[in-house]
Ligand binder design. Sequence first.
Ligand SMILES: *Cc1c(COP(=O)(O)O)cnc(C)c1O
Length: 365
Amino acid sequence: MPRNTVARIDISALRHNYRLACALASPARAMAVIKADGYGHGIGEVARALADDAPRFAVACIEEAQAIREAGIGHPVVLLQGVHSADDLAICAREGFEMVVHSDHQLDWLEHAAETPTLWLKVNTGMNRLGFAPVMLVEVMDRLERYAVQQKVVGFVTHFACADDVASSFTDEQTRLFTEAVADWPSLQKSAGNSAAHFLPGQPLFDLSRPGIMLYGASPMLEKTGPQLGLKPVMTLEAQLTAVRTLKPGESVGYACSWTAERETRMGIVAIGYGDGYPRHAGTDTPAWVAGHRIRLIGRVSMDMLAVDLTGVPGACPGDTVELWGGHVSVDEVAQHAGTIAYELLTGITARVPRLYRSPADRAG
Ligand SMILES: *Cc1c(COP(=O)(O)O)cnc(C)c1O
């Protein structure tokens, strides 16, 4: 018997969230961001699930684009960081991988390229990680014309730094800078807008938006969970209750004896830990769910197990399934307890945890 520590992936929830992104983005189209193994959900399965609806996919690097091809999907794939070596240009051109160009050294590679892929130019409007300053765009376009590849440029991209915060004016400022920077090329496409930008009232998303985290049902916004934004959780992380015991007042549980019972406490051990990607920083009081009840973690998360307080769930017994996050406990809540964001939790589930896919057909049957 396997251990029954699993990540169940609900394909119809993924599709629901993508359709919500499309509705919010309209008239812009939404390219589905499926980097980091589809935010931990399995890039091949995610690409197949969205292939009928999404015009394009976006990933960080060429290996991820190749994984989409290996899943049998031929859609255009945008490499958000472009290529990391000149040798990859020809592969991109042949495979239909579109390159975001963000740096001088990538321009140098394009000068000598035998084959050139479709290009997007990254404009730095204040994130200050990658991209060309708005004042540099004319020079960049001139260089590409000299290299006889300017006709490969299909558009401009920029990325927002603070769109998760409705109170920030920084997104407006970035939007203004971007609009001005690319105004001289009205026939080229524009793409700005991570998931969070879809939830900002009045925010233009131009021609193509780039939803990522929202596709997986987690919240891109501060102080909101995914379900509060109309999103459906895609991953349910489950493990079994493997032991139940009663602690007397004064007894503690786990490493460093960090939690001590004040009263007699019925507690359970769950077969999941940080070796599975459950966050070690999720301490006492982080929520979980068992047998129809919300419960809480107690003590430290270990590599292969964690402890929960079963006071109030007298029926819970070894073999019961515990939901660590999913439809009853939002991954956003767990992230908050762990001092991080859902992105890190979802992408951090390790290879030890099998992903089990439930498609709409399975559910009907
Ligand atoms: C990851 C990424 C996105 C998606 O961001 P979410 O916050 O997950 O929606 C969009 N654009 C770029 C450039 C990215 O790197």
